[in-house]
Ligand binder design. Structure first.
Ligand code: TYM
Length: 328
């Protein structure tokens, strides 16, 4: 049995990148592992957010976790800011991390490039992520490709803490899927599909309506060859669409390419839109039932209770190992 931890930021509607890279893989993991799934609202405020919108996004993300099949009887679902040990442990890990290694993080470089008034929180984002993971003695972290570097840093921080203080932290492994680890923008298939892309045609959101999905897939950038084949370097557009098809249908990219041999992009795109619509429809239906329900609050209360108990124990150990506070 592994201990699994993963988090998603409530900073905008989730995309099918979030779904295929992370969320869709979580339900299966509940069968024989101890799972923690977190709404990382404190990570979201490293960049400016609208207060009311953020509050809605937190609730929306909780409902989405449950809609894809997270079962609160088997997993702990909670909001990061409702478990204060996360920021406390993050401080401890900031004192273990070096400024240089934080400045080297690709996400920090991308998000701060050319901006004035970059928050200190954007730089210390990875020690908070490390705190999320390490408080629960996590062994496995299911994420998309873009988070690999943060997990690598988490591993380094855990090893450094263990060496310098006391051997109490478990060093986690990333768990990155073979397919769907990096879903690309529909308009620029050389860059990642992102919640915050200004061009809405580039991104399919999990709550998009069938008509929008169809339209976005129809206008997705491909190439002029008209041959459905998987060549990520030469044909990034159609290869990305093949990945999306595979992620939603469960078929392999090879089988799908064979199925569309000799057929044009039009037919392939039409079918892909249907596969995505069919995959999202039951999730969307459950989502709208859950969003307003009181049940959602009960689940989040229970999740926070459990997470607080587990996290506080590790925080105590870490404080003791560092010599801060009094020994009880
Ligand atoms: P976030 O909120 O940006 O994304 C949530 C998850 O979705 C994956 N993902 C993608 N996968 C494939 N293709 C894409 N285009 C794509 N875009 C996003 C991400 O890799 C991630 O798994 N720092 C994290 C949140 C976090 C976390 C944690 C994750 C905070 N604490 C502890 C794991 C463990 C983030 O910003 O993810």
């Amino acid at each position: 049995m592994s201990t699994i931890f993963s988090g998603i930021q409530p900073s905008g509607s989730l995309t099918i990148g979030n779904y295929l890279g992370a969320l869709s893989r979580f339900p299966k993991m509940q069968d024989d592992n101890q799972c923690y799934f977190c709404i990382v609202d404190e990570h979201a405020i490293t960049v400016p957010q609208d207060r009311l919108k953020l509050r809605n996004e937190i609730r929306s993300l909780a409902a989405l976790y449950l809609s894809v099949g997270i079962d609160p009887e088997r997993s702990t679902l909670f909001i990061q800011s409702e478990v204060p040990a996360h920021t406390q442990m993050a401080w401890i890990l900031q004192c273990v991390a070096y400024v240089g290694e934080l400045e080297r993080m690709t996400q920090y470089k991308d998000k701060s490039a050319g901006k004035d008034g970059v928050s200190a929180g954007l730089l210390t984002y990875p020690p908070l992520m490390a705190a999320d993971i390490l408080l629960y003695s996590t062994t496995m972290v299911p994420v998309g490709e873009d988070q690999k570097q943060h997990i690598e840093l988490t591993r380094n921080l855990a090893e450094r803490f263990n060496r310098q203080h006391n051997d109490i932290l478990t060093v986690p492994e990333p768990h990155i899927p073979e397919q769907g680890a990096r879903i690309m923008s529909l308009q620029d298939p050389t860059s990642k599909m992102s919640k915050s892309d200004d061009n809405h045609k580039a991104t399919i959101f999990m709550l998009d309506e069938p008509k929008q999905i169809e339209k976005k897939i129809k206008s997705a950038v491909t190439d002029s060859e008209g041959v459905v084949e998987y060549k990520p370097d030469d044909k990034p557009g159609i290869s990305n669409l093949l990945n999306i098809y595979a992620g939603f249908s469960g078929e392999s990219v090879a089988d799908i390419s064979e199925k569309y041999a000799g057929k044009g992009y039009g037919e392939f795109k039409q079918d892909l839109a249907q596969v995505v619509i069919d995959g999202l429809e039951p999730i969307q239906k459950r989502y709208y039932e859950l969003y307003e329900s009181e049940e959602l609050d009960d689940i989040l209360d229970q999740g926070a209770d459990h997470a607080n108990r587990v996290a506080n124990k590790m925080l105590m150990k870490a404080k003791k190992a560092m010599g801060i506070g009094r020994v009880h």
